[in-house]
Design a binder for this molecule. Structure first.
Ligand code: GTP
Ligand code: MG
Length: 307
C-alpha cells in the first residue's frame, strides 16, 4: 500500500505531471512513433524543464527502441519514467543523522526566499524526532526579521537557539552557535545565513568568514553545506545553484516548495548539471513537510503514472 507521503508527493507534483502526462496523450494519439511524434515528445520534456541534453538523450533512447512502432500511451510513460529514474539514480543521498563524537555543523545557504529558515525548522524537527539534539544559529543578520523568524520556530519546536539581537556580525553568531553545541554536547548545530545573491562579493566574504571562524572550534566544520533551491524557480534555480557551488563548497541540496511547482522536472536537469546530491524535498510550509527524495516515485509520478 502506498503511504501518505506518496499521496503528498503525488499532489505536489500534480501541476508538473499533468502537463507532461496530458502532453503525452495528445502527442502519442497517432499511435506510431514517427519523427514528428518523437520531436514533439522531446519538446514536451524540454518545456517541462527536464533539460535539453537530458530530454534529447531520453528521446534518442526511445527512438532506438520504438521508432515507427505502434505504442500505447502508457508504454511511452513507462519508458520515459524508467529513463528519468536511471538518470537520477545517484542523485539521492540521505543526510547523515547518526550520533557522532562531535557536533555535526550544518550551514544552510541559498538565495532570499528559497526556504532556508523554514527548512532549518524542518531539519530541527526531524533531528529531534530521531532522538538527537540540536541547536540553531540565527546567522542571517542581514534581513531585519530573519532572526525572529528562526526564534519563533525554535520556541515552537523547543530547540535552543543562538541569536544576538541587533548584531550584524553573522560570523560571531555562527561562532557562538558552534561553541554552544560543543559545550552542551549537541549532536547538531544548524546555522541560518543571509541569501543576498545580488551582492556576490559580500555574500562570498560573509560565508568565507563564517567558515573560517567555526573552523577555529572544529577544523572539520562545517560538516555539511546545504543549499536550498526553490522548486518553483525552474531553470533559474540552476543558475543560482551554480553560483553557490562556485562560492561555497555545497555538499547537498534540498529542493523546496515542490508543492505547487509546475517546474518539478528541473530536478532532473539540476542533478545532471550539478552533480550535487539531493538530500530532501520540501512539500509544504509545516515542519513535517520534508521528505526523502524517492527517485522511483518521483520518476513515475512526474509522467503521470501513479501506481
Ligand atoms: N509551499 C511551500 N512553501 C514553503 C516551503 N518552504 C518554504 N516555504 C515558504 O517560502 C517562504 C520563504 O521561506 P523562508 O524559509 O523564509 O526562506 P529563506 O530562504 O529563509 O528567506 P530569506 O530569509 O528571506 O532569505 C515562506 O513563506 C515559507 O513558508 C515549501 O516546501 N512549500
Ligand atoms: Mg531566512
Amino acid at each position: 500500500m502506498k503511504n501518505n507521503w506518496f499521496q503528498k508527493l503525488k499532489n505536489s507534483l500534480s501541476k508538473s505531471s499533468s502537463a507532461i502526462s496530458e502532453g503525452i496523450v495528445k502527442i502519442v494519439s497517432s499511435k506510431k512513433l514517427d519523427d514528428k511524434t518523437l520531436q514533439d515528445l522531446e519538446d514536451l520534456l524540454i518545456t517541462a524543464d527536464i533539460g535539453v541534453d537530458t530530454s534529447i538523450s531520453i528521446i534518442e533512447n526511445l527512438r532506438k527502441e520504438k521508432f515507427n512502432k505502434d505504442v500505447e500511451i502508457n508504454e511511452v510513460r513507462e519508458f520515459i519514467a524508467s529513463q528519468i529514474e536511471s538518470k537520477l539514480i545517484n542523485s539521492y543521498v540521505p543526510l547523515r543523522t547518526e550520533k557522532e563524537t562531535n557536533p555535526q555543523i550544518i550551514l544552510v545557504v541559498g538565495v532570499n526566499g528559497s526556504g532556508k529558515t523554514t527548512t532549518i525548522a524542518k531539519l530541527g524537527n526531524l533531528i529531534k524526532k530521531r532522538g538527537l539534539s540540536v541547536v540553531f544559529g540565527a546567522a542571517d543578520t542581514f534581513r531585519a526579521a530573519a532572526s525572529e523568524q528562526l526564534q519563533m520556530w525554535a520556541r515552537r519546536l523547543n530547540i535552543e537557539i543562538i541569536a544576538i539581537p541587533g548584531s550584524n556580525d553573522a560570523a560571531s553568531v555562527a561562532f557562538e552557535t558552534v561553541k554552544k553545541a560543543k559545550e552542551t554536547n549537541k549532536d547538531f548545530a544548524i546555522i541560518d545565513t543571509a541569501g543576498r545573491l545580488q551582492n556576490r562579493l559580500e555574500l562570498m566574504d560573509e560565508l568565507a568568514k563564517i567558515i573560517r571562524v567555526i573552523k577555529k572550534i572544529d577544523p572539520n566544520a562545517p560538516h555539511s553545506i546545504l543549499l536550498t533551491l526553490d522548486g518553483t524557480a525552474g531553470q533559474n534555480a540552476i543558475q543560482q545553484a551554480k553560483v553557490f557551488k562556485e562560492i561555497a563548497n555545497v555538499t547537498g541540496m534540498i529542493i523546496t516548495k515542490l508543492d505547487g511547482s509546475a517546474k518539478a522536472g528541473y530536478i532532473v536537469s539540476i542533478s545532471q548539471e550539478l552533480n550535487i546530491p539531493i538530500h530532501f524535498i520540501g512539500v509544504g510550509e509545516s515542519v513535517e513537510d520534508l521528505n526523502d527524495f524517492n527517485i522511483k516515485d518521483f520518476s513515475r509520478l512526474i509522467v503521470g503514472l501513479d501506481e
